[in-house]
Design a protein around this ligand. Sequence first.
Ligand code: CTP
Length: 398
Amino acid sequence: MLWANRHVVVGVTGGIACYKSCYLVRRLVEAGAQVDVILTRGAAEFVTPVTFEALTGRPVFSSLWEPGRALAHVQLGRSADLFIVAPATAHTLARIRHGFADDFLTAAVLAAQCPVVLAPAMNDAMFAAPPTVENVAELRSRGMTVVGPEGGPLAEGAADRPGRMSEPDTILAYARRAVASASPLVGRRVVVTAGPTRESLDPVRVITNRSSGKMGYRLAEAAWQRGANVLLISGPSGEAVPIGVEFEAIESTADLHGAVQRALPAADVLIMAAAPADYRPSESTPTKRPRQQGPVSLSFEPTVDILVATQPDRKPGAVVVGFALETGLDLGKAKAKLERKGLDFVVGNDALEPGAGFEVDTNRVLVLGRDGFRREFPLASKSVVAEQILDLVETKLG
Ligand code: CTP
């Protein structure tokens, strides 16, 4: 996967947020990256080199003057696929901006040939001070990614203004986007729909389905991390909106249709992972329906088939992916959906299979393509399945 065999250098500078850097490094190592850590003198006052040596299984760098390591700062800077500085103090941001090279960390950043991600952490007033504002703007304009800082508790008390270092998972999401420069998804508009719809019976009751939205949320997350500009349109879901992703909440199939149509002219990729209701109650009463004696029957009317309806308005060359959730994997039905809905790919899964379909974190899918493509993927987490689907989308965009 993405981090396997990647060489990531993590520079840690002197701030209390250093404790979070330990977790950041651990996450990278777990994901398969080869991680080298550079500690400034200030950082070593907060966390010892031994902590990072234990986490990475590799020696930590801290001084330019260690015997036998005369060129290490240049070698690290050159061989890294990614350079992260977390936390980055106000002082370090200023030094990087001006090209100082009198300690190991800033010398290695100066020699770096790879994307650089900076995660500032400092007192909120220091971050808002004109020199820091200028330094951040300048480093951004040179192509470095600056993640955070965020509002919230600081060492010296609560602050609403930014100062606190972003959480490791947020830094990792931005880091991944920073290294995705070769993906055909970079700069593309990707629209993902997710979750169930709710069709109103009365102000209290709705008709809905068991979709959790998980598959769509993982797709939106992975597409953003590959460099796309992502809009996620979702029905009610317990999932958190992924970092970086624009979000539009919808309720009914009619809402979803409207939102998709508005997004369509700009969409290079449309992935319909939502489970829109095919029928809605013919009448939604303005007041609560009272209990009645004996059975009740309801009348339903069909909703619009959104994928079918989008066909005339799609951007030329847009890649369109639909899902086919069946009870029992029915190849014929999936293939018919591919054709009827004008899809590049249809992702089939079986609602009855344990570990696949609705409400679980894993999925097992079969993908059919317009050009006769067919591949069965093994049971995997929805994050992994999302990557596999995006790999296929990339082949169409590439
Ligand atoms: N879909 C849609 N509009 C609808 C219903 C579904 O665009 N009103 C999309 C889904 O988001 C999915 C694909 O069409 O990408 C297939 O959805 P599915 O429920 O499997 O198929 P249906 O067309 O509803 O057919 P059936 O219920 O008969 O299997």
